[in-house]
Design a protein around this ligand. Sequence first.
Ligand code: GLN
Length: 193
Amino acid sequence: MKVGVLALQGAFARHAAVLTDVGVAPIEVRTPEHLSGVDALVMPGGESTTMSMLLDIAELRQPLAERLAEGLPVFGTCAGMILLASSVADGRSDQESLAAIDMDVRRNGYGRQIDSFEADVNVGGGGLPGWDTPFRGVFIRAPVVERVGDGIEVLASVDDNPVLCRQGHVMVASFHPELTADRRIHELFVESA
Ligand code: GLN
């Protein structure tokens, strides 16, 4: 399986390193040609307004929207999650969302005072195989999930806010799983892709 990492901006290099660790050779995606060669895609954290603009400049928005509609497995983290959400509050007016997962998010929704923090993320309430210990989630100016649609599987919440969700082939995390040594979240994505 060829797993791409959207490499326009943000934390793509760390994601690529983690994918290598979990046994897949990552492909950096910067052009429509790169995108057409991958079977799954990671959309990293960074700055969603900039990434949204770069998607247009690279002429990737339309081909990406088409691949997503066809069921391309995708994992969006932080800014990547913002780009995949159906509605974004406190975004920039020209920021466009791919609306691939039925949820509303608020950019920088945890506020300035705690704009970065760590928290234990209990995937599946700790009851799934391999998830008896929590994942240490690093949140950096993270989006808050304000609404999830009926079809959304909430895999983990922190203080009643969903932080790891899945809808079919689309998985999103509001934190940065590439920044810790724990590889379980990437394994979860690769196994289900
Ligand atoms: N606040 C950033 C944004 O709006 C996301 C931060 C992140 O990806 N760590 O895009």
